[in-house]
Design a protein around this ligand. Structure first.
Ligand code: PSV
Ligand code: MN
Length: 396
């Protein structure tokens, strides 16, 4: 198959950017425990510093997603400080994520709680998150609700849906013209019987009810195993309702494994659907690519560098698909040739082209090797080790 020109590959590399999650640099674990890492970030400033490292070495992560409760200890009043970290470490604040899942008041939900005080509190927190985003010039407010129930009959599912519609609409009313609300879905966990926003259809309906600046966020870990995620992506694109992604990989459920570590072809197929849509429509899909991973065992910064380089490779591979040939093969119902268009692109080793691009940008050709040789990890390990090891961790 004639691959696309180097020019097109270069353009794909110029275009691709992916957002880092602040929470991926701190110690996180499973519900059974955390394995503390001596170099993990212990403050918001350290998360910015680590994200800055990843961006400096890869050149494609200019923004960092932030969680309000974890990164803004004084809510809106912390925004000035966060803005200072952004200029110091060279990464801008990205999506702002409210926390609706930790406070005791959310025991039976937030937007869907039968307790009016919990709903008020959740809405207030959303308004504050939108204000933080405005202050920091962040476009996206990314909403994930842990709301749901554990036992049949224990929740009024239709009533909760109504509360979600109302409160999302109110939240939408606070957006400035360029901002967006992203509505994320997840089938289970922490709720184990029903989750209020369990799948893309529910998220789509609620985003539509909220208003025109609300879109759906697809977290790749939030699907049942056999689900065809690229088809969901394709449908959301065709409805102009795809707002962004939380990328991670999983073998079983929401495992938060490194993007592409289990099924790189799936990530490729997702990128392909987006590229093919753009080619057919002659437009750019306005989609935020974000990572949502927290590694319990891998070194945090290395895991992010690995993620980002894999994401870049898969994006470039997908950009190699020859759309003219693909469209012709589809039209001719030449199934084998159509499928081969994807397989050939996926099988192409794009790493030499990416190395050339990095060289042309003054970036290290091998970001992981540069990180290992750079001394940053040794420095922060010495600085943070005592703080990290003092943090107590237990399940019960
Ligand atoms: C929930 O599982 C989720 O995917 C949401 O996006 C949260 O923001 C994130 O994980 C927290 O780790
Ligand atoms: Mn997520």
């Amino acid at each position: 198959m004639p691959t696309k020109s180097d020019d097109q590959v270069f353009r794909a590399l110029e275009e691709f950017r992916i957002e880092l999650p602040s929470w991926g640099f701190a110690n996180t674990g499973t519900r059974f425990g955390k394995f503390l890492q001596p170099a993990a970030a212990t403050s918001t400033e350290e998360k910015f510093s680590d994200a800055g490292q990843v961006h400096a070495l890869t050149g494609i992560c200019p923004t960092i997603a932030l969680h309000v409760l974890w990164d803004f200890p004084e809510a809106l009043r912390s925004a000035g400080q966060v803005s200072g970290y952004a200029s110091r470490y060279g990464v801008r604040p990205g999506a702002i994520n409210p926390n609706y899942f930790q406070d005791q008041i959310y025991k039976f939900g937030s937007f869907g709680s039968p307790n009016p005080e919990a709903r008020d509190e959740a809405l207030k927190h959303t308004y504050e998150s939108i204000a933080i985003a405005q202050e920091l010039k962040s476009r996206d407010i990314s909403l994930w609700f842990a709301d749901g129930s554990n036992y049949p009959g224990s929740a009024n599912i239709r009533q909760r849906k109504k509360w979600f519609e109302q409160l999302l609409k109110s939240a939408h009313g606070r957006l400035s013209a360029e901002q967006r609300l992203l509505v994320e879905y997840k089938p289970f966990e922490p709720a184990f019987y029903h989750t209020d926003i369990a799948d893309w259809g529910m998220a789509l309906l609620l985003a539509r009810a909220a208003g025109p600046q609300a879109k759906v966020l697809v977290d790749t870990g939030h699907h049942y195993l056999a689900q065809n995620i690229e088809q969901i992506v394709s449908w959301l694109l065709s409805e102009d309702m795809l707002g962004g992604f939380h990328f991670n990989d999983r073998r079983y459920a929401d495992d938060d494994l490194t993007m592409g570590s289990i099924d790189p072809y799936q990530v490729f197929r997702i990128f392909h659907e987006i590229g093919f849509f753009e080619w057919e429509n002659g437009t750019r899909a306005d989609v935020a690519y974000m990572i949502d991973q927290s590694h319990n065992l891998k070194g945090k910064i290395e895991a992010m560098i690995q993620t980002v380089t894999v994401a870049q490779e898969l994006f470039v591979k997908a950009a190699l698909v020859n759309y003219e040939q693909l469209a012709a093969a589809q039209k001719a119902t030449d199934i084998v040739r159509a499928e081969a268009c994807l397989q050939d692109a996926f099988a192409t080793d794009v790493r030499p082209r990416i190395r050339d691009w990095r060289k042309s940008k003054g970036l290290p050709e091998d970001p992981m090797a540069a990180f290992r040789e750079g001394g940053y990890l040794q420095r922060v390990t010495a600085e943070r080790s005592a703080r990290n090891m003092a943090s107590v961790t237990s399940y019960a």
